[in-house]
Design a protein around this ligand. Structure first.
Ligand SMILES: Cc1cc2nc3c(=O)[nH]c(=O)nc-3n(C[C@H](O)[C@H](O)[C@H](O)COP(=O)(O)O)c2cc1C
Length: 340
């Protein structure tokens, strides 16, 4: 199965193409952004389950960049050690692990929220303060500092959260950026973030971005827009993770594989490596997307929440030695075994 075949990016070889999608667990206990025992158990369990590539949930580069007070953060050195513990343990099971660095901008439910422009997401959110040029520079620096900490924690990769209407996306989309200064072109903010993160994260490691390939609005970004933006950065980015939506409230007609067309267009137009998914719970669909060349790796979100060991249902020969007795009775009998 291609899904279970290895893949190499730069110096990192993934034992398979199954990726745990970043998923906020809102499980920080003291509002300090520090990973807890829950995070440790949650991520290590997926590594035990044989996942090739684990992406830690959206992790804020500044306190007011959190979606909620329960989000992970990487704005302080005290947040490194508990993440390092997770990274070390995940590595023992042969999985690779990255962290999604994020600033929620106007989609934060904390205090003093900011954005590219003073446009609120919806009546349920506060009106954000429009960032000054100096404040933008501070956020760029915060991304760089978080990248340095991510490296110290031992992460194999960083994923910049440029999707779902968070701050990077807020700068890039015309739906959320009405500035008249140099940041009117929102790709300038993205460029500065990529440059700063690249300065603080080793070149041998992986830098990737998550984008919303489609914003479900007639004036919003399309996969073609993202492809032309990404073509300017592809020498600095190793992988693009294609999701969709989240910039404005919209009704989405979702179904298994609904985001694959956006991923395919971005892949065709940029020739970058693409990570895609979205309701690909049926591995036959995931396999088809890989074989068809739409995407290079597949992310699984909710499926991995419910079924962290699904890989062993696809191929029992991958069961770790401790779990070998879970091999199905039929297979054991075929192998000539007389007893359980
Ligand atoms: C509980 C939950 C939390 C999520 N948090 C994040 C996040 O932190 N960052 C992100 O980019 N996407 C997040 N997502 C979106 C998922 O990464 C994924 O793209 C989405 O669930 C679709 O994939 P699936 O159908 O395999 O679940 C979240 C989704 C869920 C269900």
């Amino acid at each position: 199965m291609m899904l279970l075949s290895p893949m190499t990016i730069k110096q990192t070889t993934f034992k398979n193409r199954v990726v745990m999608s970043p998923m906020c667990m809102y499980s920080v206990e003291k509002q300090d952004g520090v990973a807890t025992e829950f995070h440790y158990n949650h991520y290590v369990t997926r590594a035990v389950g044989g996942v090739g590539y684990i992406m830690i949930e959206s992790t804020a580069v500044l306190p007011n960049g959190r979606i909620s007070y329960e989000d992970l953060g990487l704005w302080d050195d005290s947040q490194i050690e508990p993440l390092k513990r997770i990274v070390n343990e995940v590595h023992k099971y042969g999985a690779k692990i990255g962290i999604q660095l994020s600033h929620a901008g106007r989609k934060s439910r904390t205090k003093d929220i900011v954005s590219s422009s003073p446009i609120q997401f919806s009546s349920r959110y506060a009106v954000p303060k429009m960032l000054s040029i100096e404040e933008i520079k501070d956020i760029v620096k915060a991304f760089g500092e978080a990248a340095r900490r991510a490296n110290e924690a031992g992460f194999d990769s960083i994923e910049l959260h440029g999707a779902h209407g968070y701050l990077i996306n807020q700068f890039i989309s015309d739906l959320t950026n009405t500035r008249e200064d140099i940041y009117k072109d929102g790709t300038l903010f993205l460029k500065e973030v990529i440059d700063e993160v690249s300065k603080n994260f080793p070149k041998e490691k992986i830098l990737q971005i998550r984008v919303s390939g489609y914003e479900y609005h007639q004036l919003g970004l399309t996969p073609y827009d993202w492809a032309s933006i990404l073509n300017n950065f592809k020498h600095q980015l190793d992988l693009v993770n294609v999701s969709s939506g989240g910039t404005v409230e919209a009704t989405i007609d979702d179904y298994p594989g609904y985001q694959l067309p956006y991923a395919r267009i971005i892949k065709e137009e940029t020739h970058m490596l693409v990570l895609g998914g979205g309701q690909l719970d049926d591995e036959v669909l995931a396999e088809e997307a890989l074989k068809h060349g739409d995407i290079d790796m597949v992310y699984f979100g909710r499926k991995l929440l419910k079924d962290p060991y699904f890989i062993y249902k696809l191929d029992e020969s991958l069961l770790p030695k401790q779990y070998v007795r879970a091999t199905s009775l039929k297979k054991r009998l075929n192998e000539g075994r007389k007893t359980l």
